[in-house]
Design a protein around this ligand. Sequence first.
Ligand code: UDP
Length: 237
Amino acid sequence: MAKKYERVLLKLSGEALMGELSYGIDPAIVDSISDEIAKTVKEGLQVAIVVGGGNIFRGIKGAASGMERATADYIGMIATVMNAMTLQDALERKGIATRVQTAIEMQELAEPYIRRRAIRHLEKERVVIFGAGSGNPFFTTDTTAALRAAEINAEVVFKATKVDGIYDSDPKVNPNARRYQTLTYGHVLEKDLRVMDGTAIALCKDNSIPIIVFDISVPGNIYRALVGESLGTLVGG
Ligand code: UDP
Protein backbone atom coordinates (compact mmCIF):
# COMPACT_ATOMS: atom_id res chain seq x y z
CA MET A 1 0.00 0.00 0.00
CA ALA A 2 1.26 3.50 -0.83
CA LYS A 3 2.08 5.36 2.35
CA LYS A 4 0.20 8.51 3.18
CA TYR A 5 2.58 10.07 5.68
CA GLU A 6 6.29 10.90 5.75
CA ARG A 7 6.82 11.21 9.48
CA VAL A 8 4.58 9.96 12.24
CA LEU A 9 4.59 9.67 16.00
CA LEU A 10 3.29 6.48 17.55
CA LYS A 11 2.27 6.53 21.20
CA LEU A 12 2.45 3.09 22.74
CA SER A 13 1.18 2.79 26.28
CA GLY A 14 3.00 0.54 28.67
CA GLU A 15 -0.11 -1.61 28.75
CA ALA A 16 0.23 -2.24 25.02
CA LEU A 17 3.44 -4.14 25.78
CA MET A 18 1.82 -6.15 28.54
CA GLY A 19 -0.51 -8.22 26.32
CA GLU A 20 -2.59 -10.49 28.49
CA LEU A 21 -0.19 -10.28 31.42
CA SER A 22 -1.17 -8.29 34.48
CA TYR A 23 2.25 -6.67 34.83
CA GLY A 24 5.43 -6.17 32.87
CA ILE A 25 6.37 -7.00 29.30
CA ASP A 26 5.16 -9.82 27.07
CA PRO A 27 8.02 -10.56 24.65
CA ALA A 28 5.66 -12.09 22.07
CA ILE A 29 3.58 -8.90 21.96
CA VAL A 30 6.68 -6.71 21.70
CA ASP A 31 7.84 -8.94 18.86
CA SER A 32 4.62 -8.58 16.90
CA ILE A 33 4.40 -4.82 17.50
CA SER A 34 7.99 -4.49 16.27
CA ASP A 35 7.22 -6.57 13.20
CA GLU A 36 4.54 -4.18 12.11
CA ILE A 37 6.60 -1.08 12.84
CA ALA A 38 9.56 -2.59 10.97
CA LYS A 39 7.37 -3.18 7.94
CA THR A 40 6.39 0.49 7.77
CA VAL A 41 9.99 1.62 8.17
CA LYS A 42 11.08 -0.67 5.36
CA GLU A 43 8.48 1.07 3.21
CA GLY A 44 10.17 4.40 3.91
CA LEU A 45 8.05 5.80 6.74
CA GLN A 46 9.82 7.87 9.40
CA VAL A 47 8.63 6.57 12.76
CA ALA A 48 9.14 8.14 16.17
CA ILE A 49 7.74 6.40 19.22
CA VAL A 50 6.81 7.62 22.68
CA VAL A 51 6.39 4.73 25.04
CA GLY A 52 4.52 4.77 28.35
CA GLY A 53 5.31 2.96 31.56
CA GLY A 54 1.96 1.97 33.03
CA ASN A 55 2.76 -1.74 32.71
CA ILE A 56 5.45 -1.24 35.33
CA PHE A 57 4.77 1.86 37.40
CA ARG A 58 2.43 4.84 37.41
CA GLY A 59 3.22 7.90 39.48
CA ILE A 60 -0.37 8.55 40.40
CA LYS A 61 -0.71 5.08 41.91
CA GLY A 62 2.48 5.49 43.88
CA ALA A 63 1.20 8.82 45.17
CA ALA A 64 -2.12 7.19 46.14
CA SER A 65 -0.22 4.78 48.35
CA GLY A 66 1.53 7.63 50.14
CA MET A 67 4.65 8.32 48.07
CA GLU A 68 5.63 11.84 47.23
CA ARG A 69 4.09 12.48 43.81
CA ALA A 70 7.19 13.85 42.10
CA THR A 71 9.30 10.93 43.31
CA ALA A 72 6.67 8.48 42.13
CA ASP A 73 6.57 10.21 38.75
CA TYR A 74 10.33 9.92 38.34
CA ILE A 75 10.01 6.19 39.00
CA GLY A 76 7.29 6.10 36.32
CA MET A 77 9.62 7.85 33.90
CA ILE A 78 12.34 5.30 34.57
CA ALA A 79 9.79 2.57 33.85
CA THR A 80 9.27 4.02 30.38
CA VAL A 81 12.99 3.69 29.70
CA MET A 82 12.80 -0.05 30.36
CA ASN A 83 10.04 -0.28 27.78
CA ALA A 84 11.94 1.89 25.32
CA MET A 85 15.00 -0.33 25.53
CA THR A 86 12.90 -3.46 25.15
CA LEU A 87 11.32 -2.07 22.02
CA GLN A 88 14.69 -0.98 20.71
CA ASP A 89 16.08 -4.46 21.15
CA ALA A 90 13.12 -6.05 19.36
CA LEU A 91 13.28 -3.63 16.44
CA GLU A 92 17.02 -4.02 16.02
CA ARG A 93 16.63 -7.80 15.90
CA LYS A 94 14.44 -7.18 12.88
CA GLY A 95 17.18 -5.22 11.17
CA ILE A 96 15.80 -1.76 11.95
CA ALA A 97 18.24 0.93 13.09
CA THR A 98 17.01 2.69 16.20
CA ARG A 99 18.01 5.26 18.78
CA VAL A 100 16.57 5.69 22.24
CA GLN A 101 16.63 9.27 23.45
CA THR A 102 15.77 9.95 27.06
CA ALA A 103 14.46 13.16 28.58
CA ILE A 104 16.47 12.36 31.72
CA GLU A 105 20.10 11.76 30.91
CA MET A 106 21.23 8.15 31.14
CA GLN A 107 24.20 8.38 28.88
CA GLU A 108 25.46 4.85 29.42
CA LEU A 109 22.38 3.43 27.83
CA ALA A 110 20.76 6.05 25.61
CA GLU A 111 21.26 9.42 23.98
CA PRO A 112 19.88 12.47 25.70
CA TYR A 113 16.91 14.03 23.96
CA ILE A 114 18.20 16.45 21.34
CA ARG A 115 15.52 17.62 18.94
CA ARG A 116 17.70 18.25 15.92
CA ARG A 117 19.48 14.98 16.40
CA ALA A 118 16.19 13.11 16.64
CA ILE A 119 15.12 14.63 13.33
CA ARG A 120 18.44 13.67 11.74
CA HIS A 121 17.99 10.06 12.88
CA LEU A 122 14.52 9.97 11.37
CA GLU A 123 15.84 11.32 8.09
CA LYS A 124 18.36 8.49 8.11
CA GLU A 125 15.55 5.96 8.49
CA ARG A 126 16.25 5.23 12.14
CA VAL A 127 13.34 4.73 14.48
CA VAL A 128 13.64 7.13 17.39
CA ILE A 129 12.16 5.95 20.67
CA PHE A 130 11.63 8.64 23.27
CA GLY A 131 12.03 7.42 26.84
CA ALA A 132 11.57 9.06 30.26
CA GLY A 133 8.51 10.97 29.13
CA SER A 134 8.97 14.72 29.09
CA GLY A 135 11.44 14.55 31.97
CA ASN A 136 8.98 16.40 34.19
CA PRO A 137 6.81 15.00 36.97
CA PHE A 138 3.07 15.71 36.81
CA PHE A 139 3.03 15.04 33.08
CA THR A 140 2.09 11.95 31.12
CA THR A 141 3.52 10.15 28.15
CA ASP A 142 0.41 11.17 26.17
CA THR A 143 1.41 14.79 26.66
CA THR A 144 4.98 13.85 25.79
CA ALA A 145 3.71 12.31 22.54
CA ALA A 146 1.95 15.56 21.61
CA LEU A 147 5.02 17.59 22.58
CA ARG A 148 7.52 15.47 20.66
CA ALA A 149 5.21 15.32 17.64
CA ALA A 150 5.15 19.11 17.55
CA GLU A 151 8.91 19.34 18.04
CA ILE A 152 9.84 16.92 15.28
CA ASN A 153 7.09 18.09 12.90
CA ALA A 154 5.28 14.77 12.83
CA GLU A 155 2.19 14.91 10.66
CA VAL A 156 0.05 12.85 13.01
CA VAL A 157 -0.03 11.22 16.44
CA PHE A 158 -1.20 7.63 16.53
CA LYS A 159 -2.58 6.63 19.88
CA ALA A 160 -2.70 2.86 20.16
CA THR A 161 -5.34 1.67 22.61
CA LYS A 162 -7.38 -1.40 23.43
CA VAL A 163 -10.59 -0.05 21.88
CA ASP A 164 -11.21 0.63 18.23
CA GLY A 165 -11.73 4.35 18.60
CA ILE A 166 -13.59 6.91 20.67
CA TYR A 167 -17.16 6.20 21.75
CA ASP A 168 -19.92 8.41 23.10
CA SER A 169 -20.02 6.13 26.17
CA ASP A 170 -18.06 3.14 27.39
CA PRO A 171 -18.68 0.30 24.89
CA LYS A 172 -17.83 -2.26 27.57
CA VAL A 173 -20.69 -0.97 29.72
CA ASN A 174 -23.17 0.32 27.13
CA PRO A 175 -23.89 -2.05 24.19
CA ASN A 176 -25.46 0.87 22.29
CA ALA A 177 -22.37 3.04 22.56
CA ARG A 178 -21.55 4.71 19.24
CA ARG A 179 -18.09 5.08 17.81
CA TYR A 180 -17.10 8.41 16.33
CA GLN A 181 -15.29 8.38 12.97
CA THR A 182 -14.07 11.93 13.43
CA LEU A 183 -14.19 14.36 16.31
CA THR A 184 -12.94 17.85 16.93
CA TYR A 185 -10.39 18.61 19.65
CA GLY A 186 -12.99 20.90 21.20
CA HIS A 187 -15.54 18.12 21.42
CA VAL A 188 -13.06 15.77 23.10
CA LEU A 189 -12.13 18.45 25.63
CA GLU A 190 -15.69 19.61 26.24
CA LYS A 191 -17.13 16.15 26.71
CA ASP A 192 -14.05 15.08 28.63
CA LEU A 193 -13.77 11.97 26.44
CA ARG A 194 -10.87 10.28 28.14
CA VAL A 195 -8.86 9.27 25.15
CA MET A 196 -5.75 11.24 25.99
CA ASP A 197 -5.33 13.71 28.82
CA GLY A 198 -6.50 17.26 28.26
CA THR A 199 -2.99 18.69 28.10
CA ALA A 200 -2.11 16.35 25.24
CA ILE A 201 -5.28 17.20 23.32
CA ALA A 202 -4.75 20.93 23.84
CA LEU A 203 -1.16 20.71 22.62
CA CYS A 204 -2.24 18.85 19.47
CA LYS A 205 -5.01 21.38 18.95
CA ASP A 206 -2.68 24.37 19.27
CA ASN A 207 -0.30 22.82 16.75
CA SER A 208 -2.96 21.35 14.42
CA ILE A 209 -1.66 17.82 14.79
CA PRO A 210 -4.36 15.22 14.14
CA ILE A 211 -4.67 12.29 16.52
CA ILE A 212 -5.75 8.87 15.33
CA VAL A 213 -6.99 6.53 18.04
CA PHE A 214 -6.96 2.89 16.99
CA ASP A 215 -7.14 -0.61 18.40
CA ILE A 216 -3.75 -2.19 18.78
CA SER A 217 -5.13 -5.59 19.79
CA VAL A 218 -6.11 -6.42 16.20
CA PRO A 219 -3.08 -7.91 14.44
CA GLY A 220 -1.98 -5.79 11.50
CA ASN A 221 -3.59 -2.60 12.78
CA ILE A 222 -0.36 -0.79 13.58
CA TYR A 223 0.82 -1.31 10.04
CA ARG A 224 -2.55 -0.38 8.55
CA ALA A 225 -2.88 2.76 10.66
CA LEU A 226 0.66 3.99 10.05
CA VAL A 227 0.49 3.60 6.28
CA GLY A 228 -2.68 5.64 6.28
CA GLU A 229 -5.59 3.23 6.11
CA SER A 230 -8.57 4.79 7.78
CA LEU A 231 -9.04 3.14 11.19
CA GLY A 232 -10.49 4.08 14.54
CA THR A 233 -11.32 7.71 15.30
CA LEU A 234 -9.63 10.80 13.92
CA VAL A 235 -9.44 13.80 16.23
CA GLY A 236 -8.70 16.99 14.35
CA GLY A 237 -9.52 20.55 13.58
N1 UDP B 1 5.65 10.42 33.75
C1 UDP B 1 5.99 11.68 34.20
N2 UDP B 1 6.25 12.67 33.29
C2 UDP B 1 6.16 12.47 31.95
C3 UDP B 1 5.77 11.18 31.50
C4 UDP B 1 5.53 10.18 32.41
O1 UDP B 1 6.09 11.91 35.39
O2 UDP B 1 6.42 13.39 31.16
C5 UDP B 1 5.47 9.32 34.72
C6 UDP B 1 4.10 9.30 35.39
O3 UDP B 1 4.28 8.89 36.72
C7 UDP B 1 3.37 8.22 34.63
C8 UDP B 1 4.49 7.23 34.33
O4 UDP B 1 5.61 8.07 34.07
O5 UDP B 1 2.37 7.61 35.39
C9 UDP B 1 4.24 6.31 33.18
O6 UDP B 1 3.73 7.03 32.07
P1 UDP B 1 2.20 6.90 31.60
O7 UDP B 1 1.32 6.71 32.78
O8 UDP B 1 1.92 8.07 30.72
O9 UDP B 1 2.27 5.58 30.75
P2 UDP B 1 1.13 4.80 29.94
O10 UDP B 1 -0.19 5.08 30.57
O11 UDP B 1 1.18 5.32 28.54
O12 UDP B 1 1.56 3.37 30.00
